[in-house]
Design a protein around this ligand. Sequence first.
Ligand code: PLP
Length: 472
Amino acid sequence: MTSALATAGSATGHRRIPSVERLLARPEAAPLAEMHGRTALVEALRAVLDGIRSGADPAAPEEATILVAAGRRLAAERQPSLRPVFNLTGTVLHTNLGRALLPRQAVAAVAAVMAGACNLEFDLASGARGERDSHVEALLCRLTGAEAALVVNNNAAAVFLLLNALAMRKEVVVSRGELVEIGGSFRVPDVMARAGCRLREVGTTNRTHLRDFADAIGPRTGLVMKVHPSNYEIRGFTAQPGEAELHALCRERGVPLALDLGSGSLVDLARHGLPPEPTVRTALAAADLVTFSGDKLLGAVQCGVIAGRADLVARIRKSPLKRALRVDKMTYAALEATLRLYLHPERLAADLPTLRLLTRPQGDIAAQAERLAPEVARRLAGRAQVGTAPCSSQIGSGALPVESLPSAALVLSAPDGSTGRKAGGWSRRLAAALRALPVPVIGRIADGAVLLDLRTLEDEPGFLASLDALAF
Ligand SMILES: *Cc1c(COP(=O)(O)O)cnc(C)c1O
């Protein structure tokens, strides 16, 4: 227990470092012990004292200062690791910032089933065992036209499960132009190999014809797969067979056609003034099965959906991997509540945060920027110049990568008007200070300034209150 003992000052003139007991007896210690517990306070005090002993600082700080340092340490430790941030990056569905924001109805539904028991796999009518997908299957079918649907942990899991359940040890025919990598570690050829399928590439990178598929489909074929080019676009001299023709060919040969759609939009985005994106319903008109994410354009929680022909979904559901990839009651509660919002299409753009944010008119965002600029300038007085500028937001998560949405940003630039390398360092320091706020503010750096795209800012008082704490 050496750290609890007072240590004599060294020859270099260290003052006496107080003991932990002595510090605990001070009046400032009581509220800290009350809030964090005595054990944690003792640990924090020891850590601070160790720092003083090993540090180069010739004078030991005042006892009160040591307690303040311990208090700061305890407060920092209390911060949860996973916590809310302001996503002002301009990417609405930002994978690193948690993708879709849950509608409040979904948050309430999750809370309602979490604290007590629920009928997750229990049929209330018969009292017999139920099926967990039953809570969302009818809704998914109604909203997409599918005959059946099941839910797993994410879309990567949906693709993996589908491939494994329908085409293990068989060939999966894919166009060369669709052997893509979708962020991080999801590469179509690798997923196929892991799922136990043999990849049968057809066509060329830019052009694949119906006859390429016709020549490749044979007795070893388990599946024909199409991948929606989420995060890239091939332009110029390109060709892909028509969806209807390919579907007809697969039907004729008795081979299922699966389409990995990625972002599963359930409504026609063009009707909301957004760039068009295929809906699950239109995709299912030319495919036997479609896979899509729950937390991209659908706007719910992380999960993956396989929807389509009932016989195929039934085969997939029987796979032991379904059990390994299944989701919990929180996910079903959030997904069901979100899907219910789609039953009221007139209110969807107001109730579904993803659609609400994507459809915000630039005029509204620009007006918000003008309104907030003086407030922010007051809080950053002398530390940054605050202006406004038009900018472009993105949908994110691979949806419509080449389309952008006109938006508006707060522009925080160096107070001395500096540019170039100097401004680069300045903007990186400001961005770091914004990330260190109680509710971190995440923007983007452009031309030596920090840009805060306001498309996704709804909680203005919270944002301004967070800025009050800026240490920069
Ligand atoms: C996003 C995406 C995936 C992966 O979906 P997750 O839900 O992130 O697992 C797979 N395929 C396509 C085409 C995608 O766009």
